[in-house]
Each structure stands twice: as C-alpha cells, then as structure tokens.
Write a protein that binds this ligand. Structure first.
Ligand SMILES: Cc1cc2nc3c(=O)[nH]c(=O)nc-3n(C[C@H](O)[C@H](O)[C@H](O)COP(=O)(O)O)c2cc1C
Length: 290
C-alpha cells in the first residue's frame, strides 16, 4: 500500500500509485477544516532518510471527499487517514471518508509534530481507546489505528486499541528526530523536532511489528523504511499481514511498488511458497533443527 502523506492528496497521483502496483492507497491525513501546515524549512534529508515537520497540511474533509470518490471511481482501493482535535472531529472525518467510498479508515494518532492530535493521543492507552470507540460508533468500515514508535511499550498501546474494537493496527508512524544547522547553530526545522522516516526507521518498525504480533490478535500492517522487497519481506516475517511504503516512493518513484511485488513473487517461488500468507509471522515460530 501507499503510506499516508506521500502523494495522498491528489486522486491522480493515488491512482498512479495503484496502477504501478500498490494494492491499496492511503490518503494524506485530513481533518474537518484542513490545515496550512508549518513554515519552511519543514523537510530535510538526513542520513538514512527524511525528517519532516510539515504540520499535516491538508485541504479538509469536504475536498478530500471528492478526491476519495475520484479514486474509487477509478476502481482503486482507498483507505482514508483521518485526525482531529477531539473524538468528534475524528468521527466526522471518518464518516465523510466512508460516505465517499473509503474501504477503511486509518486513525492517525501518531503524528510527532502537531500538538494535541498526534502522539499526545498515541502515547496514552486511555486516549487511544476513547478515539477508537468514538470512530467505531460512527462508521461501519474497518478502523485501523496507526501507532507511534515513541512509546515505552507499543504492546500496551496496541492492546488498548484492540480492546476498544480496532480492526487492525498500522505500525509505525515516524520517530521523533532533530537536525541542527552547523553554520547557524540552530535547529534546521522551523518546528524544531520532526518525524524520521526511511531506512533508518526500518529496524524500529521490524521490532514494533514483531512485538505487536505477540500482543494482539488483530492484523498488523507494517510500515517504516521499506526500500525494496527484502525490507517488505522482513516486516511480513515479523508478523505484518500487509505493508505500506512511503519515503521510498519519494526518492525512487512509484515504480518501487512493481519492483517490490516482483521481488516478493520471485522469493516465494524460489522458496516453494504457494502464498505470501505462508511467510507472515514466520519469525515467531520455533525453528526445527535436524
Ligand atoms: C513527507 C511525509 C508526510 C507524512 N504524512 C503523514 C500523514 O499525513 N499521516 C500519517 O499517518 N503518516 C504520515 N507520514 C508517515 C508515513 O505514512 C510512514 O508512517 C512513515 O514515513 C514511515 O514509513 P516510510 O519510512 O516508508 O516513509 C508521513 C511521512 C512523510 C515522509
């Protein structure tokens, strides 16, 4: 799947990602009235990935309603990522997404750079439970909760989401990071701290998916630093039932989906697997040695 925040505001670009091999696309996170986002610099390349503090710029739910319907009309599976400053706003955005044809909603409770709507919720099992329950009361489509790695126990948060009725979990959103301009002696990002994505995040994502798989029964969707089919396979083996790709689409283009699909297909054939389902979570099984 195309991860949230990358090409996810324009229906044309989401359709292009699907035509290039993404099984589903996730929209940019949106709320009721939209947001302008933060001043620049809001994005910087660092060793092993990107740091961003965009501030969730989005056009708001009414404009996203049109983009989602256009993606659906093109026959593409679309999941809407939503957020809000209170439970009602999460529910309202989710309702609009469902009406527009989104097949599921993903709750962004894990943005590291917008106060009140992101990790403040995602770091609290109680708040995660409240938001999930509110959205579950408002929509009939599956509700996926996207978690932050910036917690002491991601298992505890995952269990709270499951207990509140979440249908699946996505792990992970970006991890808090920071970069400093050596000439100016000042933080590079206008928002000071940002979210780290890309290859540097990958081992953290593998660890989070592995731990969640041990803690919950609902499906886990793996996301974080996938650059090629090997990274995707690693998250599947850790327990992910599906995976999302974000940053790699930014630096390698939408062709990355096709490459990942081809690489996975070849691996499965070489190892005599009939279905990708057979590798999901195999890292948890006890190895039998001769
Ligand atoms: C520029 C940018 C914007 C993002 N915007 C969102 C967003 O709006 N909502 C969200 O849930 N995640 C957002 N993310 C996080 C990604 O969906 C993903 O969880 C994270 O980047 C890790 O995956 P990756 O290493 O493949 O990019 C964004 C990431 C980037 C790099």
């Amino acid at each position: 799947m195309l991860a949230s925040g990358i090409l996810g505001v324009s229906s044309e670009l989401m359709v292009r990602a699907a035509r290039s091999g993404a099984g589903a696309v996730i929209t940019k996170s949106f709320n009721r009235n939209g947001r302008e986002g933060y001043h620049n610099p809001s994005f910087v390349q660092v060793h092993g990935g990107y740091l961003n503090a965009l501030g969730i710029p989005n056009p708001g739910m009414e404009e996203m309603r049109d983009e989602i319907s256009a993606v659906r009309k093109a026959g593409v599976r679309v999941i809407a990522s939503v957020f809000g400053f209170d439970d009602q706003e999460y529910s309202d955005a989710a309702k609009v997404a469902e009406e527009a044809g989104a097949l599921a909603v993903e709750l962004n409770v894990s943005c590291p750079h917008v106060e009140e709507v992101g990790i403040e919720i995602g770091q609290s099992p109680r708040r995660v439970g409240e938001v999930v329950k509110a959205v579950k009361r408002s929509v009939g489509v599956p509700v996926i909760v996207k978690l932050t790695p910036n917690v002491t126990s991601i298992q505890q948060i995952g269990k709270a989401a499951e207990a509140a009725g979440a249908d699946a979990i996505s792990a992970v959103n970006t991890s808090l990071g920071m970069a400093i301009d050596l000439e100016a002696g000042r933080p590079i990002l206008a928002g000071v701290v940002g979210g780290l994505s890309g290859p540097a995040l990958h081992p953290i994502a593998v660890r989070c998916v592995y731990q969640l798989k041990e803690a919950v029964k609902i499906p886990v969707v793996g996301v974080g630093g996938i650059s090629d089919w090997k990274d995707a396979l690693e998250l599947l083996m850790a327990g992910a039932s599906a995976v999302q790709v974000g940053t790699a689409v930014g630096y390698r283009g939408v062709g990355v989906f096709e490459e990942i699909n081809r690489g996975l297909t070849n691996y499965l054939a070489d190892h005599r697997y009939d279905s990708v389902r057979e590798v999901v979570g195999i890292a948890h099984k006890e190895q039998v040695t001769a």
